[in-house]
Ligand binder design. Structure first.
Ligand SMILES: NC(=O)c1ccc[n+]([C@@H]2O[C@H](COP(=O)([O-])OP(=O)(O)OC[C@H]3O[C@@H](n4cnc5c(N)ncnc54)[C@H](OP(=O)(O)O)[C@@H]3O)[C@@H](O)[C@H]2O)c1
Length: 234
């Protein structure tokens, strides 16, 4: 499987990239801005499985020139799985959020996935069914418990969830399935920075187990679905 995952330099994305790259037969293009951390991921992947194929690629999904991807895409040719995992969270009361905060959050959480899907979809579904997995949040899942200070973040994740549903309908004839995982809290630096006193029920590695399996198999059972992946009830 040829797999592209964003936000692979830390947390859930790091663990998911590691898991998928160390499974035989997978080639993983791991995207994030921090080149150093991606190189560490690459080394760890090689330690766990010397035959692993992980390509670290320093790229800013919000600001980089998407033409930078052309060379790699030419080599990969077919993309089986795209996991839009990179995310940005800013916690501030609504009235203190500045326009730049809204722009930053939507640039990473919504327009990043939009630009990637536009760029990558011509390489998907050509030989076999491809799967796009968007990583959203319970914060963007209708009816779930909400937390003050997350209006911009939750709105961006809700938009990503909705995009998933419509895009799946639009891609129906393209052999590309699109799903969204609205995940609950997971022990990562994003959560620790935002809610320092909160203890999440899952580690990044545990969530990565689920996301990896879902990316590989979920398209057989789901399309255009926004699935809550949380231990607490909404
Ligand atoms: N942890 C939770 O409790 C939780 C709950 C619900 C949803 N989520 C979602 O799960 C996903 C992963 O979150 P996490 O908790 O693992 O957070 P994290 O540890 O902070 O990881 C975020 C990742 O996104 C990357 N990233 C941020 N901006 C980027 C950009 N412009 N271009 C490319 N990569 C960028 C970061 O890498 P660089 O800084 O190197 O670019 C990093 O690898 C996010 O979408 C988040 O919203 C998390």
């Amino acid at each position: 499987m040829n797999i592209i995952i964003t936000g692979a330099s830390s947390g859930i994305g790091y663990e998911t990239a590691l898991k998928l790259s160390t499974e035989p037969g997978n080639k993983v293009l791991a995207i994030a801005r921090s080149e150093d951390k991606l190189m560490q991921l690459h080394e760890r992947s090689k330690v766990l499985n010397p035959n692993s194929e992980l390509i670290p690629f320093a790229f800013d999904i919000a600001h980089s020139d998407y033409k930078e991807l052309d060379h790699l895409l030419g080599k990969l040719n077919e993309i089986d799985i795209l996991i839009n995992n990179a995310g940005l969270m800013i916690k501030k009361p609504f009235l203190e959020l500045e326009e730049q905060d809204w722009t930053s959050i939507f640039s990473v959480n919504l327009f990043g996935p939009v630009k990637l899907i536009r760029k990558l979809s011509p390489y998907m579904g050509k030989i076999q069914t491809s799967h796009i997995v968007n990583i959203s949040s319970m914060g963007g899942f209708q009816g779930s418990v909400k937390f003050p200070g997350l209006t911009a973040y939750a709105a961006s994740k809700a938009a990503l969830s909705n995009l998933t549903e419509v895009l799946a309908a639009e891609f129906q004839d393209k052999n590309i399935k699109v799903n969204c995982l609205a995940i609950g809290s997971v022990e990562t630096s994003m959560l620790a920075n935002t809610f320092p006193d909160y203890k999440a029920p899952l580690t990044a590695s545990e969530m990565a187990d689920f996301i990896s399996d879902f990316s590989l198999q979920g398209y057989k059972y789901f399309n255009g679905k926004v699935l809550p992946v949380a231990l607490s009830t909404p």
